[in-house]
Design a binder for this molecule. Structure first.
Ligand SMILES: C[S@@+](CC[C@H](N)C(=O)[O-])C[C@H]1O[C@@H](n2cnc3c(N)ncnc32)[C@H](O)[C@@H]1O
Length: 220
C-alpha cells in the first residue's frame, strides 16, 4: 500500500513554487522511500525552488539517508524572462538574472528539512564528472533540451546502484502532449534500451525505472 508523506510535508509541498503536480509527487515519494532501503543517498537533478526536494528530503529522513539536490539556480531555457514558465519573483534584483537558491532555502527551512537535504550548486555535467558515490535514486528533472537531458542521463545513470531507481520527469510519448519537448522521453527510451533498467511504474509523466543490471549498453 502506498505510504503518504506527513500532512505538514504535504502542506509544505503544496505551498512551494514549482512544477510537480501532487499525483506525480506522491509517486516520487513512494519511489524515494523504496530506494531509501538501500541506505544510499538520493539525488535530484533540478531543484528549482525545492518543491520536489521536499518529498525527497522527507523520504530521506524516514529512511535515514541523505537527499542531495543539484541546480545551478539560473533557471532552464523555458524559465527565462519572456518565456512561458518565467516567474519574475525568481530574478535577483541586483544582478537581473534568475536565482532560485534563496527561495529554495526558504522552502527547505519552512519544511523543517535543512538537516536532511544537501544543496549542490552548479552545472549537472560538472558535478557528475567528479561524483564517486553510488546512489539509491537519481531523479532527473533538469534542463529539457536534448543536450541537457542526455548529459544528465550519461552523467548520472551510471551512479545508480543495482536495485536503485532512476526516476525521470516530463516523459511525454505523444508529441501533442509535451510542453517542453520530448527529450525526457528520449532518455527514458535510452535507459530502457540500455538493458540496465526495467520499468517499475508510470504516473502521468513520471517514470520509475529500477537498475537490474550493472552494464549500461548503448543502442546503435
Ligand atoms: C523543471 S525545473 C525543476 C523543477 C523542480 N524539480 C520542482 O519540483 O519544481 C528544472 C531546473 O533545472 C535546472 N537546470 C537546468 N539545466 C541544468 C544544468 N545543466 N545543471 C544544473 N541545473 C540545471 C534549472 O535551473 C531549473 O531550476
Amino acid at each position: 500500500m502506498a505510504v503518504a508523506p506527513k500532512p505538514e510535508i504535504l502542506a509544505a509541498f503544496e505551498a512551494a513554487k514549482g512544477f510537480m503536480p501532487l499525483g506525480e509527487g506522491l509517486a516520487l515519494y513512494e519511489a524515494a522511500l523504496d530506494a531509501g532501503r538501500l541506505g544510499l543517498p538520493l539525488l535530484e537533478v533540478g531543484t528549482y525552488c525545492g518543491r520536489s526536494a521536499i518529498l525527497l528530503g522527507a523520504a530521506a529522513r524516514e529512511a535515514g539517508v541523505v537527499a542531495l539536490t543539484l541546480d545551478h539556480h539560473r533557471g532552464s531555457e523555458e524559465q527565462q524572462p519572456g518565456w512561458e514558465y518565467h516567474d519574475p519573483e525568481t530574478v535577483d534584483p541586483e544582478l537581473g538574472v534568475m536565482d532560485t537558491l534563496p527561495t529554495f532555502r526558504r522552502t527547505l527551512y519552512r519544511a523543517g528539512l535543512e538537516e536532511h537535504v544537501v544543496a549542490l550548486v552548479g552545472r549537472s555535467p560538472q558535478i557528475a564528472k567528479v561524483w564517486g558515490t553510488p546512489l539509491g535514486l537519481v531523479f532527473v528533472d533538469g534542463g529539457h533540451t536534448d543536450e541537457h537531458a542526455n548529459a544528465d542521463y550519461e552523467g548520472w545513470a551510471p551512479h545508480v546502484a543495482e536495485g536503485g531507481l532512476l526516476v525521470i520527469h516530463d516523459v511525454f510519448p505523444e508529441p501533442e502532449d509535451e510542453f517542453t519537448g520530448q527529450a525526457p522521453y528520449r532518455i527514458y527510451l535510452r535507459a530502457l534500451g540500455s538493458g540496465a533498467f526495467t520499468e517499475v511504474s508510470a504516473t502521468d509523466s513520471l517514470r520509475v525505472l529500477r537498475r537490474t543490471r550493472a552494464g549500461i549498453r548503448e543502442q546503435g
